[in-house]
Structure formats: C-alpha cells, structure tokens
Design a protein around this ligand. Structure first.
Ligand SMILES: C[S@@+](CC[C@H](N)C(=O)[O-])C[C@H]1O[C@@H](n2cnc3c(N)ncnc32)[C@H](O)[C@@H]1O
Length: 218
C-alpha cells in the first residue's frame, strides 16, 4: 500500500460545501496525523472503528490510500456525521458513519480502533473507561492508534489548549476541552488492559504538543 500519490485537492473536494472542503484540505495539507495512522495500519487488514471520527477524514484518507478493510466512524456531532455520510454516499458508499456518544454508546467491535484528538473532551474517568473499552475491541493483529495532546509545562501544550478553545469559540466543536492525559497514565491503562506499544511526540511541522500512541495485543 502506498499513499505517495494521494491528491489532497481531489480528496478534499469530496466533502460537501466550501467550509468542509477548505477544512479537509487544510487538515490533509498540514496535519501529519492521517499519514501516521496509515503507516500504523499498513500491515493489518482488521476492520477499523474510528471513535470521534468528525467528518470522517481518517476513513476517506485511508480508503484513498489503498486500505481495503471495513471502516466505521462514530461521532456525537450529528452535523459532522451528516457531512461524512454525504461524501460517502457519492464517493465511498462502503464507509459507515454513525452518530454515537463515545462515553455511552460504543458498539461491539473486534479489529483496530482509532481515537484521534478526542480524549481531551472527556474527563479523566471517562478517558480511562474509553481506553479500556477500546483496548477490549482490539483483535489479535489489530492496532489501537491514539493521537492526543499531552499535558506538560511547555509552550506547545499552551498553544494546543488555546487552539482547542478556539474550535469551541467558533462553534466548530460541540464540547469544550476538559482534560489532557499524560503519557505514563495512558500507557498504564492500556498495558493493564493487555496491550503493548509505544507513545511518542508527533509534532511534524505543527506547533502543537500532539503525541501518537500505537498499541496492539500483547
Ligand atoms: C478535533 S475533532 C477530531 C476529528 C477526527 N478524529 C479527526 O482527527 O479528523 C474531535 C472530535 O471528537 C468528537 N467528540 C468529542 N466528544 C465526543 C464524544 N463524547 N463522543 C463522540 N465524539 C466525540 C467531536 O465531535 C469531534 O468531531
């Protein structure tokens, strides 16, 4: 599988409306996240559950990059799910998007799971529950891929938090950021749930304190 020939203009143009298209293009052009998820999932064929999928950018990116496994995205923001569904109806009818709250409505699943930039919207107890629930859904050969801002005293973290608040203030995010995990807490929860893996900074060319965790069944 390779995503080196991915045309991000074409991919962004699949989303309905100028705002969604511009947002998608900015994310694909500047955020190293989706390429990192693609790399992490390259050697698996397990079905993917994308928790907090937003407009489904990750699923569209992976499908366009050649990933053939089934993909299902969940988000509690019905407007974003509607955008994802509209794009999927025309360009990728096999992608599934559902409105669902990660705190209460996780479906049965066995395969890989992605949790990308959503942990900060949950309180610490809900984060731990979500991590455990996600770990329980990782099949042998599947991966759990998490991207999250990490709390530390540096300027990157301050900027990460300010940007998350900006998303709330311009009504793009339905809920406000509550709490950012620490890497050792995240690792401890996942290891206690029977997974092994690594967590490391993934700044790319962004100014944010984003880290990437990739775990699999021990
Ligand atoms: C920063 S966006 C990331 C979107 C997507 N994961 C991506 O990386 O392109 C965070 C997403 O988490 C969703 N979210 C926050 N709390 C949630 C919850 N309790 N249940 C489901 N989705 C949630 C928001 O609606 C939003 O779409």
């Amino acid at each position: 599988m390779s995503n080196t020939t991915l045309d991000i203009w074409q991919l962004a143009a699949r989303f309905p409306g100028n705002h969604a298209r511009y947002y998608a293009w900015c994310k694909f052009a500047t955020d190293p996240l989706y390429a990192a998820v693609f790399t992490a999932l390259t050697d698996t064929t397990a079905p993917l559950l994308d928790i907090g999928c937003g407009m489904g950018l990750c699923s569209f990116y992976l499908r366009e990059s050649g990933c053939k496994f089934p993909m299902r995205g969940l988000d509690f923001d019905a407007k974003k799910i509607a955008i994802a569904r509209k794009a999927a109806a025309v360009h990728a009818p096999d992608l599934v998007f559902e409105t669902s709250d990660a705190r209460t409505d996780l479906p049965a699943h066995s395969g890989s799971v992605t949790i990308l930039d959503i942990l900060q919207y949950l309180d610490p107890a809900a984060q731990t529950t979500l991590l455990r629930e996600a770990a329980a859904r990782i099949a042998p050969g599947g991966k759990l891929v998490i991207r999250t801002g990490i709390e530390d005293p540096g300027w990157r973290f301050t900027l990460t938090k300010l940007t998350d608040w900006f998303g709330v203030l311009c009504f793009w995010m339905k809920s406000k950021p509550i709490s950012y995990p620490r890497p050792e807490e995240l690792t401890a929860t996942l290891e206690a749930s029977g997974l092994r893996g690594t967590i490391r900074p993934m700044w790319g060319r962004t100014p944010f304190n984003n880290w990437l965790a990739v775990f699999e069944r021990a």
